[in-house]
Each structure stands twice: as C-alpha cells, then as structure tokens.
Design a protein around this ligand. Sequence first.
Ligand code: HEM
Length: 362
Amino acid sequence: MYGPPSEANREGGIGRIDVVSWLFRTILDVIGLAGFNYTFDALNKNTTPNELNQAFSTIFHSGSNNRMVMLLRIISPVFCYLRTSRDAVAEQAQVVMGRIGRELLNSSKAAIAQSERGIGDRSLRSRNLLSLLVRANTAAGIPESHRLLQDEDVLAQIPTFLVAGHETTSTATTWALFALVQESEMQTKLREELWSAVSFARHSVCIRLYQQLVIVGDEIPLSQPVTDVYGNIHHFIGIQKGQNVMIPIRGSEYLQACMGEDAEEFKPDRWLSPPQASNAIPDVWSNQMTFLGGPRACIGYRFSLVETKALLSVLIRAFTLELAVPANEIIKKASIVQQPLLKSNPEAGNVLPTLIKPYTRA
Ligand code: HEM
C-alpha cells in the first residue's frame, strides 16, 4: 500500500500516493463527523484505527471471497446459509458497531436535551444526521403521532449511512481523479476554472462513466420492445414479487441512443448542453441513473456531490496529478461499486498509484 509522500519517494517535490486509500480515509472521517459527530481520525496515520474504524473495515472489507459470497447472497437467499470463515468476525464487529452506535445515540439525546434547556454545544458540529433524526423524533413540540422512530430504527441508520455514504463517494472521487490524471488538459482547464471560482457542474461525468451499484426492485418498464434469444418480442418484463433485479446503471449511461456516439468518452463539456435524448433517463440528478430515480433514489446524493466537489476542488487547486503507472495497468473490479486494481499485482488490492506535485500559481 502506498502511504503519504515520504522522504524516500519525494523527488523534485513529487510524491507518490495511493489515491484509493487516502480517499477511503478522508470520506470515513467526513461521514463520521457529518453523520454522527464521531471522530474516526482515519487520516491520522500515526494512530491505531479506533474501535469503530476496525469494526467497519472488518465488516465491509473482508476480502474478495467474501465479496463473491455477498454477491451470491444478493442473487439468491439460498446462499445466506453459506458460512464463510469471516462471518463470525463480522458478527463480532457488528456487536461493536451496535454498542458504539448506542453510545452515540445516548450522547446525541443528552446533547439535544441540554440544548433545549439552552445549554451545551450549539455549534454546527452538534448538527449531524443522527442528531437531526433524534431531534425529529424527540424535540419538544413534535406531536406524539409524528414520533415514529424507535431507538432501534435510529440505530439502524448508523451502519446504513456508513455503508451507503462511504465507499460510494470515495470510489466516485477516485474515478473522477482517474479520468483527470489521464487528461492533463482537462485537469488544467478545471484548475483554471476552480481558481476563478466557477461552477463545478461539469465534473458529474466522472461519476457517470465509472460508478455502479447493485439494486433491488419489483417492476421493469421497457421503453422499446426487446427480442429475446427465442425470437419472442417483449413489450414489458413482468417480475414476481420479491424477485431480485440488477439494474446495470453504468450500461444505461453508455447508451449511445441517450448520450450520443461519444457516450464512452470523458467529455465534461457535454454537460454544457446535454443531449436531448438524455432527458428520458429516470434520475434525481443530471440526466443519469447514478443515484437512481423515483422513491428508491439515493437520499444522500446532494451530500455526496458536495463532498466530491469539495475534494476535487481542494486537490486540483493544490496539486498537479499524474498516474504513477501506465493507464492500461489499471483494471476495474466489479463489486458493489467498481474499484481499480493493478493488472500486474491484483493482490495489492484496490489501488490507484498517483504522482502528485504541489501546484504553484504563476
Ligand atoms: C457517489 C456516491 C453515491 C452513489 C453513486 C449512490 C447511489 C445510490 C443508489 C443507486 C441508491 C439506490 C439503491 C437501491 O435502491 O437499492 C442509493 C440509496 C441510498 N443512498 Fe446513496 N449513493 C451515494 C452516496 C450516498 C451518501 C453520501 C449517502 C449518505 C450519507 C447515501 C445514502 C443512501 C441511502 C440511505 C440510500 C437508501 C435510500 C432508500 O432506500 O430509501 N448515499 N444510493
């Protein structure tokens, strides 16, 4: 794993880092503070990962075999009976998460009770997803009929926000940087725009090209008839209640019919005037299904976009970035989200080796 730019690899002001691991840590710190006012301190390389960080890593980064089992379990509940050696460890980690979650919930309740009495922390830091949930359920003046969440319901949101809000955003930002390190002209153009503080809207395309999530639903409408391998023409696909459906979000966003012939190109300027046909894509944001659409759409998409924009803004303004390996060395590994791997060394896990150099404005 590549660490921070050390003296050993710092040549001519150039450092070599692994973008994946540093973004992973950054987003963990962000979701900890913004989600529950919890300090993971993951960016601090000198401290041992704290208990929740360890529990979280155990549950969600427990090896490629587990990912395979996880995918199989999504495909069919039968595979839920398949135990892996890591299941017991993951269950133990869940106990730790539950305990810490309860502590966070109790301190959030105590802080809200204090602030209602006009004492305690009234800063922005005391406002986070957990405290908003607790406040919505407990604050004086909320009618009894609106207090719908039990403690267990609130607690269940902690792992939900950690899972839904962590790897998704860190991976989106990783692929955004992957696109930018290969297009030095685009990177320079972006840097100029950022220095002149113009909108970030164009960088949405990085998410469009690389992000992918497995989802579950109960109905598939077809915009055009489809002919199956037996020659039968289908105008709709009926699915049974409880059946799992995988939506190839990434595939839908490469559709030339919607995005034009250059659909596969990294071309941020397309968003200055998006193809008319892309309006047909069901979405909550920017003519793309990255965050899905409709009632099951991502509830954290605005949060995620703000995070990604803030990170790109800070990084691109402060550094010039280059791939530290040839681009064809980076392959994409499909999982819940698609991650980068080194073709010559997949055992190294998800990495994106990158050379960074401080940018000095002329
Ligand atoms: C680039 C980043 C992200 C992507 C691509 C993404 C994508 C998605 C997608 C496709 C879904 C629908 C999944 C399904 O129905 O099965 C979803 C749901 C969800 N997302 Fe995100 N997400 C991102 C970031 C976030 C963040 C930062 C948070 C929270 C802080 C978050 C919280 C959620 C939650 C709670 C759901 C479940 C919503 C529901 O079922 O009502 N997501 N996300």
